[in-house]
Design a protein around this ligand. Structure first.
Ligand SMILES: [Zn+2]
Length: 485
């Protein structure tokens, strides 16, 4: 009887707190189950960012309100081509501002982190077609296989004229200089041949049938390889770079590749690169500097889902993951700003953004660090705990740092008195090919803060005080990562 009374009281307390917090989340809705409106989101942000008025150090206006407007005007990809692949060699050009690529193997492993994003204007020829199911977006995707050995989505390219032809490419260094620690190399090519990026000195292991888990980011060199290329020349001055100690070319005339190899100054200390095509046709390759720390760093937060995409549902649909994610991102923003960081958002409203759009926003903003904030979901409603995810090796140390801080909140606070939960609250910092973690411009990770499908854990996430603890943990994890020597 006592037990039963205790249970009733517990349920009542839980429901009351859920109602209270859900009330806070949904308080302005004209209908009982209305989503947050644009105004509510603005209010949330304004209320929580009294200290948010600090302008970014680079002087540009990166306030989140302005930011979303510039990104909605970003170029859209052309409609998918339905024309059958003509016989013989068919050149294509990348028309998407940045096109992700996948493994060139027609069937099995599409999720290798060695696949380089190609910038608009890059040319290659098509050697085949394939169709692969995208488990994240739950859609079939059509791909072309490229001669440079990877797949690209058919809607990211257009055919060139059937008469198009290109001879062997040659690469020349136009200039190299250091800007605020970033190494900027300008390259001129005879034509816009494809390239790829690779680490050397990195080991991987297989777990749960995924082959690119790593224990630590151990790369000691980075390498850019240009295909269909038989000549490369020009010295590169790396003396001002904080990340690379040398740069040299090697040409393989048999396979027609030219590689630019750059040893890292310290093993595993590498923070991304950008490749941009300039108006004068040159290729601008920037190897990013080592960040100076959390203060002054530009952090992009991506609240998962939104708009028509509610994400996972808690309490039988009363709680939308998209809204919890946003509230968690706001808490994280405050914690980051207290540490002197500049915070950018992919969305500041309850709007739908595709995964491609989120990456496009990130690539345009070019932050130092990108984090997609989510809550987890499982068929098994008793599942609980936190986890983080990386795709590319450079992101693993960030995933590990943030994970340690989140785990500490669960173990030492939320589940402090519960030894069973305490020991199982950590699901690890894992490899997973989430779309938004494909960025090469900076370390990019996805965070699962807890399970909204678990009633007890969802209740934890609905508490503003708890979200502040999680936001602070995420900020502390980023700070840990950025302060590594
Ligand atoms: Zn999610």
């Amino acid at each position: 009887m006592k037990k039963r009374l205790l249970l009733i009281i517990t349920v009542a307390v839980v429901l009351l707190s859920v109602a209270a917090v859900a009330g806070i989340l949904l308080h302005f809705g004209s209908e009982p189950d209305a989503l947050l409106t644009t105004e509510d989101f603005g209010l949330l942000l304004n209320q929580t960012s009294a200290s948010a008025q600090t302008q970014p150090t680079d002087g540009t206006d990166q306030s989140i309100g302005n930011y979303i407007e510039t990104t909605t005007a970003a170029p859209t990809t052309p409609a998918p081509t339905t024309a059958p692949l003509p016989a013989g060699r068919q050149f294509c050009v990348i028309t998407s501002p940045f096109a992700d690529t996948w493994s060139g193997l027609a069937s099995d492993d599409t999720f290798t982190p060695m696949c380089t994003t190609l910038v608009q204007g890059t040319i290659d020829y098509i050697t085949g077609q394939s169709r692969v199911y995208d488990e994240e977006e739950k859609e079939w995707r059509d791909f072309y296989l490229l001669a440079s050995g990877r797949k690209v989505r058919t809607d990211a390219v257009q055919f060139l004229s059937p008469d198009a032809n290109f001879g062997d490419n040659a690469v020349t260094v136009v200039s190299s200089e250091t800007q605020n620690g970033d190494l900027v190399i300008r390259l001129r090519c005879l034509w816009q041949a494809p390239y790829s990026f690779e680490f050397s000195g990195q080991e991987y292991y297989t777990k749960n049938n995924k082959h690119y888990h790593i224990n630590a980011f151990t790369a000691d060199k980075i390498q850019f390889t240009f295909y269909h290329t038989t000549s490369a020349q020009g010295d590169i001055d790396v003396s001002g770079s904080t990340t690379v100690s040398n740069a040299y070319w090697t040409v393989d005339t048999e396979h027609k590749t030219a590689s630019l190899t750059m040893p890292l100054r310290a093993v595993g200390r590498y923070y991304g690169y950008t490749m941009r095509r300039e108006a004068d046709g040159t290729l601008s390759l920037t190897v990013k500097r080592k960040p100076a720390g959390i203060s002054g760093a530009r952090i992009m937060l991506d609240p998962g889902h939104g708009g028509k995409d509610s994400g996972a549902l808690g309490f039988g649909g009363a709680v939308y993951e998209s809204q919890v994610n946003f509230a968690l991102a706001v808490a994280t923003k405050q914690a980051l700003e207290r540490r002197g960081a500049t915070v950018l958002f992919t969305r500041v409203d309850d709007v739908y953004l595709s995964l491609e759009e989120r990456k496009q926003i990130a690539r345009t903003a070019n932050p130092d660090v990108f984090l997609s904030i989510h809550c987890n979901a499982a068929e098994n409603k008793t599942r609980f705990g936190t986890s983080t995810y990386y795709f590319r090796p450079l992101s693993q140390p960030l995933a590990a740092s943030v994970y340690q801080r989140l785990l500490s909140v669960y173990q030492n606070d939320f589940y402090a008195g519960d030894w069973t939960r305490r020991s199982k609250a950590g699901e690890g910092a894992n490899f997973h090919p989430f779309s938004v973690t494909r960025l090469e411009e900076c370390p990019s990770i996805l965070i699962e803060t807890g399970y909204v499908t678990n009633d007890a854990e969802c209740t934890l996430l609905l508490s503003a005080a708890n979200r502040d603890k999680l936001g602070d943990a995420i900020a502390a994890g980023i700070a840990d990562y950025l302060s590594r020597e």
